[in-house]
Every structure is written in structure tokens, then in C-alpha cells.
Design a binder for this molecule. Structure first.
Ligand SMILES: *Cc1c(COP(=O)(O)O)cnc(C)c1O
Length: 417
């Protein structure tokens, strides 16, 4: 991160551009992404996987802006999608449908049709009922769907309960103990073709051990299938590698890949990974301006123009994001609650931050590239933020700020009431 977001003469820069200049040009709140940071993250994956047949399927839900998808598509990425809408984004961004894997527990008939029409690489199927539905839909289109079963390896990812997905009690994937029987069932279905196995055990993992535990369990199933004559072409080990928000020490991408490759020794299947957060999280910041300083009886509040509708992670998971001044100014350092204008006590961006700020100061909410804009909403009829991508010394607006008119364009007053 520090390679791409740095102070130069008291001014926080992204690559070669001062964030203050972006605020002046495009206003706040505004998400700002570094193309160099995106590229560097992707290259760390592809370099570490050199010499091994692989496909890096960026998890679109982490940040689905077309410009970001396009940067990854140009680098040769595939995509992990969880809806028909995400598929349409990938195609609009110049992504290759033949490199798309489709995850998710609730695929509709319409979404299956769209994906079959586009000839995606693989459906990551999450239940017996989904196998039946997909077989029927494919049959009705005269197609054969490539499938992988998302197996729930029942390992503890040791992450926040809302983003842990690989435990028995979670809604994701098929039960480990039922996987072989479901593969047999799929094998007998005329409009399905088994191509792989996948798992995804959670997000923001900061150790390699749960990944390795999952791989080991998955490989036992692969062997059981192979002894029944069901051979797999690929193994998809999902995403989930964490990033440093505060003081976490997740493994480096190269160490994570090395650990996976170690556990996969002697296996020849193509390796698919679905990284999301680790590719975009530290490649973006949320730029916001202080509207008011409000000294309270117990706490000082800095009320900023970004809110939980722009960045939901603090409210949803009590997540920590670093908050830095965009310009190092000479105000007294005080302890602030950094909060938004929304009518919810949960609307905070950060607690107890020591900052030298005044009204109109600009702040950068760090590590905001993943699950920031993509989880944003219009709560309180707040138009969503603008998004900007910096490339060296160039600033590209990659999403215009929403207008209020757009927000209620589809609404109607009932005539004749
Ligand atoms: C969300 C998700 C990912 C990406 O997770 P990150 O923690 O952002 O890497 C990958 N695969 C599936 C199936 C997902 O749901």
C-alpha cells in the first residue's frame, strides 16, 4: 500500500496525484483507486503461479466498477461472479466469459440461462437442488453445463462470523459428507459435465493454516472421486486472503501461494483462485471532508460527508479503517469520533482517532477499495459517491457521482388518489 499512497510535502498522494486536487476536481465523498496498486497485486499472484496451469478469477463483488474489471481483464484475469448482473458487468468491461466461474447459493433460472448463453467456464454449484435446476435449464437450451461442486470443508477460518463461510452451520456449499454422492448424481445427469471442485472458506483470513486444512480435506474427496472414475480438470480454492487494515499480519501473496502449491504437490489439475479483497482493498481510499467539529460532553465528534451508506464495513462488522489527513495541517491534535451525517448511531467511520483537523479538512479513509463502493446504498437518499482511478499523473473519473433525480427516477406517485 505504501508504494502507492504516500505523503509528499505534507500532501497525501495517490501515485503522482495529490488527493486534495482530486477533491477539488470531483468533490467528496469520492473513492480513489490506484491502477498501479491493482496491477501490482494481480502480478504478485500471476508471478507466484508461473509455470503452473492456473486462472486468477477476481471476485467481482469486492469492487465491481467497470474500470477495475477492465484493468484485471487486460492482465488476463478471469472473474468469479455471484449474479447475472455481475456477469453483465464483466462482459461490459471487456472480460472473457470463458474465464468466468459462477458462485452463489441462489442462482435463478434467468441467471443460469444468461451464463449458459455466454458460455462461462464453470458453475460452482452449491446444492443438490441447484444440480437439478441447472441440468433442466441446460437441457431446455440444448447445452451442457460445466460444473464444480462447492464443497464445505468444515474448517474454521478464524475470521469475523459474518464473513466465515466454510463451517458446517453456514449456508454455503454442499456438506463434506454428501459431496461424493452428489458428484455421482451429477455424473449421471446428461446436461452436466463435471470439470472441477471448489471451496471458499471465508474472507479476511490472516493465516495460511485454514486454507491448507481445507486443501487437505478437498484432496481426500478428489481421490475418492478418482477411484470411482470421476476425474477433475481443475481445483478452485476460492479467495479469502486478508489484508492489513490496522495491525493484522496476513501472509504475503507469494507465501500464501507457496503454501497452497506445497499442499498440492503431485497434483496436475489446473488451479483456480478467486481473490477479491487482497487485490483491491489496499488499492483504494475513500476521500471525505469534515463538515463540522462538534465537541461533546464525553467525546469530540468530527462529522464528515461520507457515511455508512458509502462505507458500510465499520457499521456492519465493526471494521477498522485507518484515517489519515489529506493535508498535514497545523491544528491542535485532538481525539475524535469520525462519524457520518446519517440518522443511526451505527453511522461511524472510526472511533477515537488522534487527528489535527478543522472544518473543511480532507480525510482519507484507507483500505477502502474492497467492499466499499460495492456495498454502498442510497440510505437517507444519499447519491452514491464518485469513483476515480489514478494512473501515474492522470486522474480518470470512472463513475460519476449519482444525482438525486436518478435515485427516484423509477418511482411513481399513484394517479387519482
Ligand atoms: C466473496 C467471495 C470471494 C472473494 O473473497 P475475498 O475475501 O474478497 O477474497 C471468492 N469466492 C467466493 C465464492 C466468494 O463468495
Amino acid at each position: 500500500m505504501d508504494d502507492h499512497f504516500n505523503y509528499q510535502n505534507k500532501q497525501l498522494h495517490v501515485e503522482q496525484v495529490a488527493l486534495a486536487d482530486i477533491a477539488a476536481l470531483h468533490g467528496t465523498p469520492c473513492y480513489v483507486y490506484s491502477r498501479a496498486a491493482l496491477t501490482s497485486g494481480f502480478r504478485q499472484f500471476s508471478d507466484a503461479l508461473q509455470g503452473r496451469e492456473h486462472l486468477i478469477c477476481y471476485a467481482v463483488k469486492a469492487n465491481s466498477n467497470l474500470a477495475i474489471l477492465n484493468v484485471f481483464a487486460r492482465l488476463g484475469a478471469g472473474f468469479d461472479i455471484v449474479s447475472g448482473g455481475e456477469l453483465q458487468r464483466v462482459l461490459a468491461a471487456g472480460g472473457d466469459a470463458r474465464k468466468v466461474v459462477f458462485s452463489g447459493v441462489g442462482k435463478t433460472v434467468a441467471e443460469m440461462r444468461l451464463a449458459l448463453e455466454a458460455n462461462i467456464l464453470c458453475f460452482n454449484v452449491e446444492s443438490a437442488a441447484e444440480l437439478d435446476r441447472l441440468n433442466e435449464v441446460a437441457d431446455s437450451m440444448g447445452k451442457v453445463a460445466a460444473i464444480s461442486l462447492r464443497v464445505n470443508p468444515d474448517v474454521d477460518a478464524k475470521t469475523h462470523p459474518y464473513i466465515s463461510t466454510g463451517l458446517k452451520q453456514n449456508k454455503f456449499g454442499v456438506a463434506y459428507t454428501e459431496a461424493v454422492a452428489l458428484y455421482r448424481k451429477a455424473h449421471a445427469m446428461p446436461n452436466l459435465r463435471i470439470t472441477g471442485m471448489d471451496c471458499h472458506i471465508g474472507s479476511q483470513l490472516i493465516e495460511t493454516s485454514p486454507f491448507i486444512a481445507a486443501v487437505e480435506k478437498i484432496l481426500l474427496l478428489v481421490d475418492a472421486l478418482s477411484s470411482e472414475g470421476i476425474a477433475l480438470e481443475h481445483l478452485d480454492l476460492g479467495g479469502g486472503l486478508g489484508i492489513c487494515y490496522q495491525d493484522e499480519t496476513p501472509p504475503a501473496i507469494t507465501d500464501y501461494i507457496a503454501a497452497l502449491l506445497g499442499a498440492l504437490q503431485g497434483r496436475t489439475q489446473k488451479l483456480i483462485l478467486e481473490p477479491g479483497r487482497v487485490l483491491v482493498g489496499n488499492a483504494g481510499v475513500l476521500l471525505t471532508r469534515v463538515e463540522y467539529i462538534k465537541p461533546g460532553e464525553e467525546k469530540n465528534f468530527a462529522i464528515v460527508d461520507a457515511a455508512m451508506n458509502d462505507l458500510m464495513r465499520p457499521a456492519l462488522y465493526d471494521a477498522y479503517h485507518g484515517i489519515k489527513p489529506v493535508v498535514r495541517e497545523d491544528h491542535a491534535v485532538q481525539n475524535y469520533e469520525i462519524v457520518g451525517p446519517i440518522c443511526e448511531t451505527g453511522d461511524f467511520i472510526g472511533h477515537a482517532r488522534e487527528l489535527a483537523i478543522a472544518p473543511q479538512s480532507l480525510l482519507a479513509v484507507m483500505s477502502a477499495g474492497a467492499y466499499g463502493m460495492s456495498m454502498s446504498s442510497n440510505y437517507n437518499t444519499r447519491p452514491r459517491a464518485a469513483e476515480v482511478m489514478v494512473d501515474g499523473d492522470k486522474v480518470h473519473l470512472v463513475r460519476e457521482r449519482e444525482t438525486v433525480q436518478q435515485l427516484f427516477a423509477g418511482e411513481k406517485i399513484i394517479a387519482g388518489l
